[in-house]
Write a protein of this length. Structure first.
Lengths: 208, 208
DNA sequence: GCAGTAGTGTACCATAGGTATAGTTAATCG
DNA sequence: CGATTAACTATACCTATGGTACACTACTGC
């Protein structure tokens, strides 16, 4: 009657993380109970504490997984954009378009951003989790900042722009777009915002 | 030893709401305990349930208060902008600038948006609270949509733009900007995003 | 002196997070 | 083959918290 096997460890952990992520995005971290997680995955409370020494460790693992996934996604996206264009501007514009299409093709819209979720519950977490969150946003800033610097070498901006602010605008539009999409239950909002950003970037570097 | 007086009712309620808003924005609604609220305000649990028949009623009152405050703020802001300019475009640009300045002058940055907070904990709330949230966002859309229609009568856009999406962009940038500001603990992010939006609006209707 | 407002006091219950400890099963490695 | 390790189960227990219910009270204005 017991189906455990040493091989299934990482698999169980993954299930826990998946289910926890869903629950956290739906009702927040505090309201996500260990009991419901273990019920969903089919293990006992002891099993849970075998995988995570406490709830904060779960929070940490959740966030780390989310950040890694998003980073891989963006890497892939803009690498593919650049493969289609020598030019850093047009490669970026293609990447943004693919990003918008990807967001549009999500069947139920974007499930939510853990960084944003944690941000509105920051007092629940240890310092290290909060710092992880901060670093994630700074990485996005750096990624896009570098891209805009590269673009500006070839295309001097037609409008004076603070590139750090413009780089942050990507994170801002994604996080804000997810929220407005969710609240309106309209999955088109997020991709439309990304396309607006794309138009803005184009007009900054190419003019009207 | 008892200092209660019938006059202090609304005052106590306001204190509860204020403290609850702070706490909800810091750790989420579920983790905001009634016990801490009554401890902060100095009443008993029964006293709390005299003011709010349950926790969901508190959520509702909090959100309603937040929405009303924000609406009044925007009304005032753009009315003042329009007083300085006959022109709907330049009045709006002035309003946006004042908005950015106002956000910059907040000593500790924006405390957070309840709509966004609730959005990431929606399963905790009744249908009516969620609908209140949706309506709030739709009101912002309508407000700015109307403004852009008005502007477009005099200034045909130099770039093709979906005005509903552009109207949503205000909410998106504010909510996203608050999040990135909070996560980076940099209160400049939000005002800078508003100024970026301002530049965008200008370039759309006036060109580079 | 009575109604209404703004509470207090007490009792109660289910659930949650967390700790501790001992035992079990199945694969793996030497 | 035997020992070790990974991945759990079982049981028990503790404290805090959210939330509900209901009876009672003190002050205030009319």
């Amino acid at each position: 009657m017991n189906e455990i096997s040493p091989k299934r460890g990482p698999e169980t952990r993954q299930h826990l993380l998946e289910f926890a992520a869903q629950s956290v995005l739906a009702k927040g971290f505090a309201a996500t109970s260990i009991d419901e997680l273990i019920a969903a995955v089919g293990i006992t409370k002891s099993g849970f504490f075998y995988h995570f020494k406490n709830k904060n460790e779960l929070a940490r693992a959740l966030l780390q997984r989310y950040i890694d996934d998003e980073e891989a996604l963006l890497d892939d996206l803009f690498r593919r954009g650049d493969e289609l264009h020598e030019d850093p501007l047009h490669g970026f514009l293609v990447g943004l378009k693919m990003f918008a299409e990807m967001m549009q093709d999500l069947p139920n819209g974007h499930p939510g951003c853990l960084v944003a979720s944690y941000c509105y519950q920051e007092n629940l977490f240890d310092r290290d989790v909060r710092e992880l969150n901060t670093e994630a946003v700074l990485q996005w800033r750096q990624r896009f900042r570098e891209r805009f610097d590269l673009i500006a070498e070839r295309y001097p901006p037609k409008i004076p722009v603070d590139f750090d602010a413009l780089a942050d605008m990507v994170s801002v539009l994604v996080d804000g777009g997810i929220i407005i999409s969710k609240v309106l239950r309209d999955k088109e909002v997020l991709p439309k915002q990304i396309m607006l950003l794309r138009d803005y970037v184009r007009v900054i570097f190419l003019g009207t």
